[in-house]
Design a protein around this ligand. Structure first.
Ligand SMILES: Nc1ncnc2c1ncn2[C@@H]1O[C@H](COP(=O)(O)OP(=O)(O)O)[C@@H](O)[C@H]1O
Ligand SMILES: [Mg+2]
Length: 371
């Protein structure tokens, strides 16, 4: 097992800066997810760990060893890709054993590892089948198995579930999480899917345009995003954002948006919100809105329901307020109909504020000290 450390790592393709000054320490045995929109530099970062991409500057370490110039085969890593090209004419057993044979691992050892891997991911009954006799999910398991038999110090996975249908994706997701629990090997997992990141990661590193935005546990990213990008990327449906201006001061200070949209500034954010007239962005998640009239000190606004998506126990409301779309998730017993005018309460304890220009979160001092 091993740690993986990016120390001021850069990757430049021609004149394109794909990964910028990346500093990230992946602990031994950790399940680290790199997540971000397409093109943000996830695969490039993973390929640098694998040794498939040269590092332009900085230092990459696996354990205590600087691996910048170590060839891939000497890095003690195994990689699983999105396209899991198996050898079609070989059985599952032969597919699992092939890489080990190439490395001249003794026969008895190959057999032990193949059987162990097959047991770990429940391939025992499939060992004599050919890839074409397997489902997509089973094939992806064989691809995982090929990585497992290597018994690497670090697993690298690049969107390994993207070719699977939704149901299989959920199953295989849980399987990979179980695999990690069982083996305890360091894993670096790349995905553009924030739900995958949230459900699988011990910690998550969020990237955007070649820059690391924030690293933390799923709960840290959800509760205290450091900037607007992370706030909008983590959570589904996404956080709502309303452009606001600070109005007034002290206990009477409010956040005022378009069309008389206005809520009080909760006490914990008052000192960082700044003076009257300051431009901010208020952020609140769909699940932190509810229908009802606000009492003393609560925040509420009136909205029109444009579209209602019934989800069974909940309904998703697409609302118009502050001259924009706002999404809310409420209990479906409200039975809101399109066109209804509803009063929405904002859970002020869950309100986020961001600088309108930089997007940086206004962190309440108590949280900043605790983080
Ligand atoms: N070999 C390359 N040459 C030039 N640009 C590249 C190369 N590989 C990747 N890029 C660019 O670097 C950026 C990051 O790519 P990548 O790491 O694959 O993103 P992600 O995996 O997050 O979708 C993209 O803009 C991509 O076009
Ligand atoms: Mg990629």
């Amino acid at each position: 097992m091993a740690t993986v450390t990016f120390d001021h790592v850069n990757k430049i393709f021609g004149d394109f800066h794909a990964v910028q000054d990346l500093n990230l320490e992946i602990a031994d045995g950790e399940f680290m997810v790199l997540v971000g929109p397409s093109g943000c530099g996830k695969t490039t970062s993973l390929r640098m760990i694998a040794g498939l991409e040269e590092i332009t500057s900085g230092e990459l370490r696996i354990g205590d060893r600087v691996v910048n110039d170590v060839p891939p085969k000497d890095r003690d890593i195994a990689m699983v890709f999105q396209s899991y090209a198996l050898y079609p004419h070989m059985s599952v057993r032969e597919n699992l054993a092939f890489g080990l044979k190439l490395r001249k691992v003794p026969k008895a050892e190959i057999e032990r590892r193949v059987n162990e891997a097959a047991e770990t991911i429940q391939l025992q009954k499939l060992l004599d089948r050919k890839p074409k006799e397997l489902s997509g999910g089973q094939r992806q398991r064989v691809a995982l198995g090929r990585a497992i038999v290597r018994e690497p110090a670090v697993f690298l996975m690049d969107e390994p579930l993207s070719n699977l249908d939704a149901k299989l994706r959920v199953q295989t997701r849980a399987e990979i999480a179980r695999l990690h629990q069982r083996l305890g090997t360091t894993m670096v997992y790349v995905t553009h899917d924030q739900i995958e990141a949230m459900t699988m990661g011990t910690r998550i590193a969020v990237m955007s345009e070649g820059l690391l935005q924030q690293v933390g546990t799923p709960q840290t990213l959800y509760d205290t995003p450091l900037n607007r990008f992370v706030a909008g990327f983590i959570g589904s449906p996404s956080m709502n954002f309303v452009d606001v201006t600070v109005d007034g001061s002290g206990a009477d200070a409010r956040l005022v948006g378009a069309s008389d949209w206005s809520i009080p500034i909760p006490e914990r954010l008052r000192s960082t919100a700044g003076v009257s007239g300051r431009k901010l962005v208020a952020g609140f998640r769909p699940e932190h809105l509810d229908i009802g009239e606000a009492g003393e000190g609560q925040g509420s606004f009136r909205a029109r329901a444009d579209v209602v998506e019934y989800l069974g126990n909940e309904e998703l409301l697409h609302l118009s307020a502050a001259e924009q779309d706002i999404v809310a998730i409420v209990n479906s017993s409200h039975r809101v109909r399109p066109g209804d005018i509803v009063d929405m309460i904002v859970t002020l304890s869950k309100l986020h504020l961001f600088d309108a220009e930089t997007g940086a979160a206004m962190t309440p001092e108590t949280t900043a000290a605790a983080a």
